[in-house]
Design a protein around this ligand. Structure first.
Ligand code: 4AD
Ligand code: MG
Length: 432
């Protein structure tokens, strides 16, 4: 007898097979008939337990089933009598592997706090399962695009001596006789070393920020994909980002129809976002915000409410370009047309999903960068290696970092970031 996955049922109809998984739910129709919704990770299957077909003894076992009990099912998959693309599994026998008694997540509505404390179990729900599948698609779509466009994977370290995104969100950890180290905020600085060997590189892994903000878009541990490319300047950097994001959108629409439907994601909105992205300078955005009555200044950064206003009438993401140097990181290159600005752009997603990418052309001049590091108050000895890159064969280069969970949020239409990572880490939560 073959052991199958639900997703492979279609090609194995009308023969006796076995599947392994869990009970999603069950329903008693009569004293002789029960329905069991079976799931195995690859999909769900409605099982029909009919006493005359199964025999008294096997039917008794079905009566023992509870929600989330793990089991093997043996029987015959058949076409659904009413729906062409659905299947039914006619049970002959089952083997209970482990009975789940009083599964804590029920059919009634639970609050987010309770669900988060049960995250290890909550992940089994239909909705969470769908989100994790979309996360999987987005991850591999990003890798596919980069692999096909000349980027080598280049893993950056997590324990680092230096800050890339300011010192206020650093996590400090004791580090033997050397004092302390920091958890990486972004692998970017290391990628800048990587490109001088490989030309184009990317990393993809967890980064850490001691964000004190409790918002629906912030985690203290999140995943970032940093990409970096030699001989790529400001303009081309944005073109790469746009192509990458549009590739991700198309891939998710193609591969996750079922999941998007289950999540009630408005796919038309995603389709509309697959069009040329809009560009606005930081100054234009401030003017726009002012015209909408926002109290904001030309040297201000944006919070979530401003980001939402920026894209409220746009179907596509907006690049906010050319920021005042004071509010951006030390490594960004100055705009040759206006030394008060930097050649950096943030990509803001529509539908209130906010900033999904931060990127820029990098400062490639030794002296300018040296002075920037000094004026930030950083210890030069920690950055000497980074400055070396401007000393031995420096080249124009650019890169960007995708906030992976923010992108998954947008693709799946999930309001809160805590649902798009298996085990969210937030200021007030480290468990489970
Ligand atoms: O804009 P950020 O800070 O850029 C960098 O770290 C650059 N070094 C990247 C680079 O050029 N290689 O972060 C990149 C993205 C943001 O646009 C945002 O989407 C996401 O990371 N992000 C967060 N996501 C979840 N929780 C947080 N606390 C985040 N902080 C930033
Ligand atoms: Mg940013």
């Amino acid at each position: 007898m073959k052991t199958l996955k639900v997703k492979d049922i279609k090609g194995n109809l009308n023969e006796e097979v076995k599947l392994c998984g869990w009970v999603r739910n069950y329903r008693k129709a009569s004293s002789k008939l029960r329905f069991v919704i079976f799931r195995d990770g690859s999909g769900e299957l409605q099982c029909v337990a009919f006493k005359p077909d199964m025999g008294e003894e096997n039917f008794e076992k079905v009566k023992q089933l509870t929600i989330e009990t793990s089991l093997e099912i043996i029987g015959i998959p058949r076409k659904h009598p009413k729906f062409d693309d659905k299947f039914e599994f006619h049970l002959k026998d089952i083997n209970i592997i482990n009975s789940a008694i009083d599964y804590p997540i029920g059919k009634k509505e639970h609050g987010p706090d309770f669900l988060l404390s049960q995250r290890h179990l909550w992940l089994r729900s239909r909705k969470q399962n769908a989100i994790m599948k979309i996360r999987h698609t987005v991850y591999f779509a990003i890798c596919e695009y980069l692999n096909n466009n000349g980027f080598y994977r280049f893993d950056s370290p997590i324990l680092t001596p230096n800050a890339s995104e300011g010192t206020t969100t650093l996590f400090k950890v004791p580090y033997f006789d050397l004092g302390s180290a920091f958890l990486s905020q972004s692998g970017q600085l290391y990628l800048e070393a990587g490109i001088m060997s490989l030309g184009r590189v990317y990393d993809f892994g967890p980064v850490f920020r001691a964000e004190k903000s409790k918002t629906r878009k912030h985690l203290t541990e999140f995943w970032m994909m940093d990409a970096e490319a030699a001989f790529v300047e400001y303009e081309e950097n944005m073109q790469i980002q746009e192509e990458l994001i549009r590739f991700v959108i198309c891939t998710v629409i193609e591969k996750n129809k079922l999941e998007l439907e289950l999540l009630e994601r408005d796919v038309e909105k995603l389709k509309k976002a697959d069009s040329p992205f809009v560009r606005m300078t930081h100054k234009e955005v401030i003017d726009l915000l002012k015209s909408k009555g926002v109290d904001i200044d030309y040297n201000d950064d944006f919070g979530a409410p401003e980001e939402e206003k920026i894209t409220e009438n746009s179907d596509v993401p907006i690049f906010v370009e050319k920021w005042p140097k004071e509010i951006k990181s030390f490594y960004m290159k100055r705009d040759p047309e206006n030394p008060d600005l930097v050649l950096g752009a943030d990509l803001i997603a529509p539908e209130e999903f906010g900033e999904i990418i931060g990127g820029s052309q990098r400062e490639d001049n030794y002296d300018i960068l040296h002075n920037r590091i000094k004026s930030e108050g950083y210890d030069l000895k920690d950055y000497q290696w980074f400055l070396d890159l401007r000393k031995y064969g420096s080249v124009p280069h650019s890169g960007f970092g995708v906030g992976f969970e923010r992108l998954v949020q947008w693709m799946s239409g999930i309001r809160h970031i805590r649902e798009v990572i298996p085990f969210p880490r937030m200021i007030n939560r480290i468990n489970p």
